[in-house]
Ligand binder design. Sequence first.
Ligand code: EPU
Length: 446
Amino acid sequence: MHRTHRTVGSGGCGRRFARRARESILGPVERLSIRPSGPLAGTVAVGGAKNSVLKLMAATVLAEGRYVLRNVPDITDVRDMADLLRAMGAVVERSAPHELTIYRPPDTDLLPEAPYELVERMRASIVVLGPLVARFGHARVAMPGGDDFGPRPIDMHLRALEAMGTEFEFRHGYIEARADRLVGARILLEFPSVGATENALMAAVLAKGTTVIDNAAREPEIADLAAFLNRMGATVLGAGSSTIRVEGVEELSPVEHVVIPDRVEAATFLAAVGVAGGEITITGARAEHMDMLITKLCDMGMRISHDHEGIWAMAPGRLRAIDVSTLPYPGLATDYKPLLVAMLAVSDGVGIVTENLFAGRFRYIDELVRMGADIRVEGHHAVVRGKPMLSGAPVRAHDIRAGAALAVAGLRAEGETIVTDAAHIDRGYEDFAGKLAALGADVSAN
Ligand code: EPU
């Protein structure tokens, strides 16, 4: 791999490992067992972005026909979104290991309804609301509840759709939305919410006239959704910046699309090598989607470089503590935070971590403390005093990223760490244990 950026490292990145995806037929992983393994080495491939593919799947309700999505990870959230589309009448097939084909069988009407049983499984289902109203003029979607991060309001989603002419009624736990034809509007988001930007964008593409979304979220997954919509025939300008302009069109058509790589999965491997030490290559990862994280990891003492094939990373020994603060993109993603806390727990010095997006996103810290980490939480700040080594313990994964972070912490914890409720990790990671094991980590799933 040719290294061009922040290159300090030496030569090649060592062995390549064959990897066999865990068959989904094996069912969810209940427990992960991790032991310290010494430095990691080798190459691992990153999959498609969960937070992109879920929205692309939702966008398929915008036009009839046959869609093909490539680079789709085999994860629970994708299966849940597939079930939701099926409940509406679509056919969703895994046409190849990382490919989904989505279409509606002839003579089937699509039912614009997202039932509670499915929305409850996956909160992100709320992103079907905008495209359903835009396409069908009405939709019935279960109200999502809170989750382990605390309350997860959708007021900005609803206000954006209201600005385009949607009327809402709330009955028996369902949002009932109605609009004759959506009309383009100026939408000023109070906060650059990812989901609200996506819902507004997917509604605006079929609205009459021009929509401008100001203070839009700028995540790479939004730009991927816009690229998908534009390929379908929409006119979306400025996605990836704070102002998105959409000229509504009468009709869209289905397309084929390759999902962007998952930056949080890539970050997980970076955190793993940061904690365990070693030198790895992450193929498929796009460093330009992870600039702030890479800057922070270099501040901690890691060496990182990249080229068009992926990211090379090396951790020379125990890292230095730094302060981190989560912000909407291009700031440091809240999804990286549990991984950074795990890294700080074994770094040299004291780091202050500030959470600015999800007030309740600190629950995994109690679990890290059970592993001997020295962390004090004050409001939305955590003060992490690094220790040379943690102590393996049984711990519980409360959500996807927390589960991944606990497993990563286990790489520098004496004895055995057992992560229970590890099925949470499968929601967002394909073959999590297998990929880490391929890098030489002592991780097994059962
Ligand atoms: N918010 C509101 N009102 C709204 C919408 C959001 O107050 O109508 C608040 C939220 O409560 C939160 C903040 O705005 O405090 C940001 O929420 P946002 O809407 O941006 O998040 P999201 O769309 O619900 C997505 C990802 C999350 C990721 C966040 C932030 C998906 C499926 N989920 O959630 O990813 O943490 O953006 O980047 O795209 C994960 O992958 O594990 C995950 C949780």
